[in-house]
Design a protein around this ligand. Structure first.
Ligand SMILES: Nc1ncnc2c1ncn2[C@@H]1O[C@H](COP(=O)(O)OP(=O)(O)OP(=O)(O)O)[C@@H](O)[C@H]1O
Length: 317
């Protein structure tokens, strides 16, 4: 049995654009998720987070690389075995309202995935609705309400309830709190942590907000332009993150907490296009510490400390 419930090796994804060019959205990404662990994935818009999630959830197949579930390769599953496998990994999206039929009541909506897999008696459906609503902290009576009549936070609870209907081993949350107010974000994160403790669930939590991710993730992976630039334990992000990109993200996130007078290390320039990846280190065009080697040699992810890797020439020389 593998130490990891989900493992991706060298996951790469390319898309053909409308103009016939090849865009590399994900570059040789290694992902490891342990049972009961939360892995946070952070990065700016367009860095390939959603692409990576779609590969991990098997909504699309990578152009290169392999995927393992509990040590068994699942990269090439198809047909009925793929459909069955999807029960193990479920997703929560940023806008759950978009995936609810407007005329379907909440109770029906959250048990829908279950009905796709087996017949349920009326009593079984009601019991499951009650169980799921209680799990996500909503009153039973909400089964009869329409999702659009609920608040954003309540709808996101429904989204989580629906993702849990099939009792998955892994929950993948794609910007699941980004559309919510800060106080509601906290409640949803606490809810996820509670459910994780109760059910031993493994969670992948993708977000562009590093402050939020490091609050809940056991490990954090920082992505830039389709690749991983740093990976480290969540509780070390604030004082041990060492890649120049991670540091720039941190100083912009925590700028409001900083002393006046302390320079804020903001990022200059734009992210290069994934259609035209720069030579050498993908971050060198914006890196304040760029050296000659960074312009022509791509740094590999290397060990900095236990459970901590970074891809930067300057940290390793
Ligand atoms: N199906 C597709 N066809 C062509 N290009 C795509 C496709 N899906 C994603 N891309 C491109 O791949 C790159 C990575 O996109 P992706 O959505 O994975 O990034 P992201 O980090 O999740 O961004 P965001 O936070 O804005 O959702 C982007 O340049 C995007 O335009």
């Amino acid at each position: 049995m593998s130490e990891f419930i989900l493992e991706g090796k060298g996951l790469t994804q390319r898309y053909k654009t409308d103009t016939g060019c090849i865009l590399t959205a994900c570059r040789a990404v290694d992902v490891r998720l342990r049972k009961g662990e939360t892995l946070g994935i952070v990065g700016e818009s367009g860095c390939g987070k959603s692409t990576l999630l779609r590969i991990l959830a098997q909504l699309e197949r990578p152009a290169e690389g392999q995927l393992f579930f509990n040590g068994t390769e699942i990269t090439f599953l198809k047909g009925e075995s793929l459909r069955r496998h999807r029960c193990h990994i479920q997703m929560v999206f940023q806008d759950p309202a978009a995936s609810f039929f407007p005329r379907m009541k909440a109770g029906e909506a959250i048990t829908e995935p279950l009905r796709n897999f087996r017949r349920l008696s009326r009593q079984e459906t009601r019991d499951k609705q009650d169980e799921l609503l209680e799990l996500v902290g909503l009153p039973k009576e909400y089964a009869n309400r329409y999702p659009h009549s609920m608040s954003g936070g309540q709808r996101q609870r429904l989204g989580i309830a629906r993702a849990l209907a099939l009792d998955p081993d892994i929950l993948i949350c794609d910007e699941a709190t980004s559309a919510l107010d800060v106080s509601v974000q906290r409640q949803i994160i606490e809810l996820l942590a509670d459910i994780q403790r109760q059910r031993g669930l493994s969670i992948i939590f993708v977000c562009h907000d590093l402050a939020l991710v490091q609050l809940m993730a056991h490990r954090v992976m920082i992505m830039y332009l389709g690749g991983v630039v740093e990976s480290l334990p969540g509780d070390q992000v604030w004082d041990q993150a060492c890649h120049p990109y991670s540091k720039a993200l941190l100083s912009s996130v925590f700028a409001t907490d900083m002393d006046f007078g302390k320079p804020v290390n903001t990022l200059e320039g734009d992210v290069p296009s994934p259609l035209d990846l720069p030579q050498g280190c993908s971050f060198h065009t914006r890196c304040p510490s760029c050296a000659e080697i960074c312009r022509h040699e791509q740094p590999a992810l290397r060990r900095i400390a236990a459970e901590h890797q970074a891809a930067c020439h300057l940290l390793l020389s």
